[in-house]
Design a protein around this ligand. Structure first.
Ligand code: 3PY
Ligand code: MG
Length: 263
């Protein structure tokens, strides 16, 4: 297995992803083929669950895009099933301590490096047993820093063997810092990003962030992040449809478009 996104993260080449929250095959295919480096299926907050992955992952398999899954929780069974069905990496939410980071890594790696149980039912479909030889090297384990505790432990989390990248959950991090949601320009939030970037640089990990807008993704990449999501399928649909409706009406804006929460 060749994990193109992980290869870029290892060399700190910038990459941009799309965040998928809908269980629809066609919208996943469109985004997979558009040229994003990676797509992330969101089982934590998305309108999808494991059974959708059995359809969604094959739908994007022909595209040159790395399929990732954000699992709903840092649980070995959830991580194992996401990898077995064909995710090339997982993004694990709410990793607050070194123990949490070790648990996430162990769930991603076959023994002796970890405790992943062997049963790559769809993941090994093309390679057979050869998958098992490369999986520990090629499966990406990305842990989310999105609480005050995670931030306090960020240096040790970044130092944890087997962690490939750290990924910022900006909105949860605002809550964790006691800031109003969306306080992304607040000095305390910016200092937190600086600490996360510094920990990644020190331990040679890829630094990623969820972009609430494409502008936020671009600014984050410029500020030193290696990877960022540029938006979700839901907000791409909302923005494109609102623009089309506005243009067709001969007006710039659609006054009653549903509010955009970033999801
Ligand atoms: C956050 O902002 O906390 C996220 O996890 C984004 O998905
Ligand atoms: Mg979050």
């Amino acid at each position: 297995m060749q994990n193109h996104a992980l290869a870029r993260w290892r060399t700190h080449e910038k990459s941009i992803g799309a965040w998928l929250t809908l269980s629809d095959l066609y919208s996943a295919e469109i985004l997979a083929q558009l040229g994003f480096d990676w797509v992330c299926f969101d089982l934590q907050h998305g309108l999808m669950d494991y059974s959708h992955l059995t359809h969604l992952l094959p739908a994007v398999a022909q595209a040159r895009v790395t399929p990732l899954v954000r699992v709903a929780a840092n649980q070995p069974d959830q991580i194992g099933k996401a990898l077995d069905v064909g995710a090339q990496g997982v993004i694990v939410p709410l990793v607050n301590t070194v123990e949490d980071a070790r648990k996430a890594v162990a769930a991603c790696r076959y023994p002796p490096a970890g405790v992943r149980s062997c049963g790559p039912i769809r993941a090994a479909m093309h390679e057979g047993l050869a998958y098992l030889q490369t999986a520990n090297e090629q499966v990406a384990c990305v842990v989310m820093i999105e609480t005050e505790e995670g931030l306090r432990n960020v240096e040790a989390i970044a130092a944890t063997d087997g962690v490939d990248g750290l990924f910022v959950g900006p909105m949860d991090l605002c809550y964790g810092l006691g800031l109003a949601p969306g306080s992304f320009t607040d000095a305390r939030f910016q200092r937190a990003l600086g600490a996360i970037l510094a920990a990644c640089a020190k331990h040679n990990r890829a630094a990623g962030i969820f972009g609430y807008t494409p502008e936020m993704a671009a600014q984050s990449l410029q500020a030193g992040f290696d990877f960022a999501s540029a938006g979700t399928d839901g907000n791409f649909l909302r923005a494109g449809a609102a623009q089309a409706l506005g243009v067709a009406r001969g007006k710039a804006a659609v006054p009653n478009a549903p509010p955009d929460s970033g999801y």
